[in-house]
Write a protein that binds this ligand. Sequence first.
Ligand code: HAM
Length: 428
Amino acid sequence: MIQRPRGTRDLLPPDTRLWQAVEGVARDVFGSFGGEEIRTPVFEPTELFVRSVGDSSDIVNKEMYTFPDRKGRSLSLRPEMTAGVARAWIENHLGDQSQPLRLYYIGPMFRYERMQHGRYRQFSQIGLEIIGADTPIADAELLASMHEFFLRLGFTDLEIHLNNLGDPEDRARYQAAIREALEPRRAELCSDCQRRLDENPLRILDCKVPACQVIAAGAPAMDELAGEASRRHVAEVEAQLQLLAIPYVRNRRLVRGLDYYLRTVFEVVSPQLGTNTVLCGGGRYDRLIADLGGPAVPGVGFAIGEDRLVEVLPARFRDAVLARSAVYVVPIGDAARARVLELARGWLRSGVPVELEITGRSLKSALKRADREGFRAVAMLGEDEMRGGTVTVRDLAGGSQSAIATADVPAWWRALPPAGERAGRAES
Ligand code: HAM
């Protein structure tokens, strides 16, 4: 049997409903303050990621799906979206439009990761980029809309970790300070970190190997070496977050695994995720567009891992989405079967979500199924009903049953309280 490639997933119903619902909230929240959707190709020239994410990053070094096309050009499946958005901004002259642009996206990314729970080789990100504003309030607005998104899904236990990465001018000083602090312990570092010590010592702070983490704790914090401008910038972002009562923690070790960041960087962590606890990562990238050959235009953004997000969705949101809020329409006898599709299509057109019994089940077995599947209500059509132009409707949450005119089904449906509410009232 042919199987899907390792690290990929089949998203199946009813889970796909959760994905759709989450994406609906994202479109709603990120579209509500001037955001527009952007869609870029799933593969790009490899050089794009080498020049943006960085050739010393794990993503570019070890995790890219890179292949030559038939003409020998090197292409890569996108491991992230910010580089593609920046390329599209330059290539399509989006600078001709009034700035800033708030661009959100939802789509698959690809990284050849070591197999682990919460790490996939194809995964989906929901992201937002604000391009063309270098003010701290842009960072704060971005974080506020991210926070709003999580709130709308019902999250209460997420932690925002925030750090200042300084400006690229500070970076050389900082790299030198880390190198100096860690060089004496070179032999104790993992082989990757020994290489990082020469190439990009900052990355050691991000290493997942426990021994390296202990050693990295002895390195100086970036914030202490950052220049005045970046410190002021991040302090203003923090002041805004405090004004908005958005909780966050300063995490002086947070460096992120991509090269384009400067100043504000952040991650959102869920205590419910096991080993891979990071649900969202982002930060400011004011040099990226210029580094890719465009004008000096600043940007700030984040991306949420949708697979991980769906895994830890709060139960309330999950249950509401998964509740089968439809009427199960059951015809009994030939006369009813002959007319049921026509009636059901009419109800559907009037806004009643109906699902038709089409396998020829008996009433008894249909009622069992209705219970098992959690339908909101059942509409039964037998010979008597057909003669009288009525239908017998049963509210499965409340238990009441009555015969109503077929034309009254939409009004009856609209008057039905949501299943959760009814249960709540019964308890009190
Ligand atoms: P990132 O931290 O590499 O940032 O990825 C963002 C999120 O994508 C992660 O926090 C995680 O939830 C999810 N993710 C990453 N790799 C995997 C994987 N293999 N399996 C499942 N989920 C994964 C970026 O990609 C940046 N482009 C974010 C950004 C946007 N910065 C500025 N704008």
